[in-house]
Ligand binder design. Sequence first.
Ligand SMILES: [Zn+2]
Length: 210
Amino acid sequence: MVDGRVPTQSGQSARAVGGKQVGTMKSGYLYVLVHPSDPDLYKIGVTILHPEKRLAQHNRHYEEYAGQIVKETGQKWELKTYIAVADPYWAEAVFWGATGIADMPGGVTIEVRKMEWKWVQAGLEAVKKAGVRPGPRPRFGPVRNRAWMINQLEGSGITMIGHYRGLVTGVEFQCEKGHVFKESAGVVANLKLCPCCEGSLRVDKASRID
Ligand SMILES: [Zn+2]
């Protein structure tokens, strides 16, 4: 089931990738799932969990998009490959940048999509070479772009899965527990909280924006 798999040597080698200061970021994995219903259907994700564990979640959480496909087809996602990465959020940004999909109209709105294997390979190759993101502070003041947003989420356990359109616009995020929620990027950058995990604390705000 797993081919092209890169052996991981715990966090040690992952942290050494790029050889730069990595601060408090958590190392993790970028993984590629395939689905038996369609050879061109891929799910790309990053996680700090072991990819096998994340895979099990995707096959179980029917409320998420990947889980809906499992529910509809009765077939489960399979782990195609994964890479240990020092900086999961940066790896994700690099992956989509290399595929060119990030620049398409509509951008990367969901992590599950049809694409060619060669795009996936291009993304994986770029991630292997990428190391860690450039320094945490831009030289000329804060530029609140996608890279900035990804930097803000560092260590929060929250992944931005939607297409970033600035601070105010609602965008989809996913927490470590797999909750998917939509919130304005600036709010998430400030609070670094998943509204599902935090109970009713911010549910009103999340639903309003949606
Ligand atoms: Zn959550």
